[in-house]
Design a protein around this ligand. Structure first.
Ligand SMILES: NC(=O)C1=CN([C@@H]2O[C@H](COP(=O)(O)OP(=O)(O)OC[C@H]3O[C@@H](n4cnc5c(N)ncnc54)[C@H](OP(=O)(O)O)[C@@H]3O)[C@@H](O)[C@H]2O)C=CC1
Ligand SMILES: N[C@@H](CCO)C(=O)O
Length: 429
């Protein structure tokens, strides 16, 4: 068999990892793919940067679109990043000429996956993106192939390692968000501009991709997205006391006859469920289907090695000649909106900073009574002289009811600052 010739755009963390892995495991990959897999052409911004791997003998392109049009490549690998610009133009150029594309670009697939898949289908080729969700964890293969027989009711999990690391450190050390974020930035676990991670957008990209495979493509803007900036060390202490862990979860759920619900938000999860014990930079993907039951896989969601492993696994599929349509042989369904969450019922955790004097609790409970929000548990700790943190766990209520009650609580003169509301996600197994 002729070698599978790769045009590789992006020679950063993942791109260099792919070159190293292809060289380190060349013999096994040839055996598994049935042909050798060789990088023949590359593109990046700087031609002179030392990347720690030899680029001798590889054709160089300043323009990734020109790389995608190189007649001597069989597959284009896009490891540039970003939902627009060069990355998108390169992927479109490769698919339009009918060659497969492998990408790790979650922003691109989350925002344009439906259109790119349709383009691939039109030109009788395939877009592969295993590395775009949870790095080294085979999340896409799990949902698209291993669970292809089931009609999943939920899919999601811990989809951002930076947030999981920060929450894990906050719990272990009692330090606050800003302090742990600064340390994570110094260690290189968090970006200098952390918003994509800590405000939930990276997890939302991954969730949109998973939901698209498990259910059907969703309009990214219809996702409800909240990050972890408002979670304090006091919340992590309350969680431990009440038998929970706080995790940034991204979850999509569609039960029989109900609309698709999908969100990213910090949640309280019971300590007994598998995702509760996934700590540090690790990610976890959890599914539930009526036939397959509950399933959770965890591992490294980022980094040179794990992400390169997922990219190269896609290249082995290409070498084997796999085409892997997601929704059917040809037609890509239209994008749908996720349902509003107002009527979704759950138990909630509400944490307030209050004046620690008589009558405060009576004021809180009268507001909850007026909004028909029933309390399941209450806990209180001194926050500062004359001030207390109060944690309430509600019985199941709608999102609308709890948000309206919390607006009423915020207006009380005894309540300082904004209360924090966390969903108690007790449906995972
Ligand atoms: N890092 C990780 O752990 C993970 C990354 N991903 C995804 O993988 C992709 C790559 O990430 P990562 O390797 O970390 O990114 P890096 O920032 O490390 O590397 C990006 C590369 O793209 C090149 N590049 C940027 N703009 C252009 C352009 N216009 N034309 C040609 N090349 C360009 C850069 O060139 P130069 O080096 O010359 O500046 C660089 O080599 C992203 O989509 C990311 O979301 C997914 C999972 C995990
Ligand atoms: N920034 C991501 C890794 C890339 O997907 C994370 O923290 O998980």
């Amino acid at each position: 068999m002729k070698p599978l010739r790769i045009g590789l755009a992006g020679l950063g963390t993942v791109g260099v990892g792919v070159i190293k892995l292809l060289r380190a495991h060349a013999a096994e990959l040839t055996a598994r793919g049935g042909r050798s897999i060789e990088v023949v052409a590359v593109s990046a911004r700087s031609r002179t940067r030392d990347r720690g791997v030899s680029l001798d003998g590889l054709r160089w392109y300043d323009d990734p679109v020109a790389l995608a049009q190189d007649a001597e490549i069989d597959v284009a690998v896009e490891l540039i990043g970003g939902s627009e610009g060069s990355a998108r133009a390169m992927v479109e150029a490769a698919l339009a000429r009918g060659i497969p594309v492998v990408t790790a670009n979650k922003a691109l697939v989350a925002l344009h996956g439906g259109a790119l898949t349709a383009l691939a289908s039109k030109h009788n080729t395939t877009l592969f993106y295993e590395a775009a969700v949870a790095g080294g964890i085979p999340a896409i293969k799990l949902v698209r192939e291993a669970l292809a027989a089931d009609r999943l009711e939920s899919v999601g999990g811990i989809l951002n390692g930076t947030c999981n690391y920060i929450l894990t450190e906050m719990r272990a050390t009692g330090r606050d968000f800003a302090d742990v974020l600064a340390e994570a930035q110094a260690k290189g676990y968090a970006e200098a501009e952390p918003s994509t991670d800590v405000d939930g957008w990276d997890a939302a990209h991954k969730l949109a991709i998973l939901a698209g495979i498990a259910f059907r493509p969703i309009r990214f803007d219809s996702l409800s997205v909240h990050g972890i900036r408002d979670v304090t060390s006091a919340d992590l202490r309350f969680a431990t006391e009440l038998g929970y862990r706080i995790k940034l979860l991204g979850l999509a759920r569609q039960q029989e006859g109900k609309p698709l619900e999908a969100w990213v938000r910090p949640c309280m999860v019971p300590v007994s469920v598998p995702v509760a014990s996934v700590e540090g930079v690790f990610n976890a993907v959890t599914t539930f289907g009526p036939f397959s039951g509950p399933m959770t896989i965890s591992g490294r969601g980022a980094g040179e090695g794990p992400t390169a492993s997922a990219v190269v696994a896609d290249l082995v599929d290409v070498a084997r000649g796999a085409s892997l349509p997601v929704w059917g042989v040809a037609d890509v369904p239209d994008v749908i909106d996720c349902a509003p969450l107002d009527d979704v019922e759950s138990a909630f955790y509400v944490r307030l900073d209050v004046a620690d004097r008589s009558g405060t609790m009576a004021g809180l409970t009268s507001v909850l009574r007026d909004h028909d929000v029933s309390v399941h548990l209450v806990s209180q700790h001194e926050a500062a002289p004359g001030r207390a943190h109060v944690a309430l766990v509600t019985h199941r209520v709608t999102e609308r009811a709890v948000q309206e009650a919390v607006a009423g609580l915020s207006a009380l003169p005894t309540v300082n600052g904004a209360p924090l509301v966390l969903k108690i996600e007790d449906s995972l197994q």
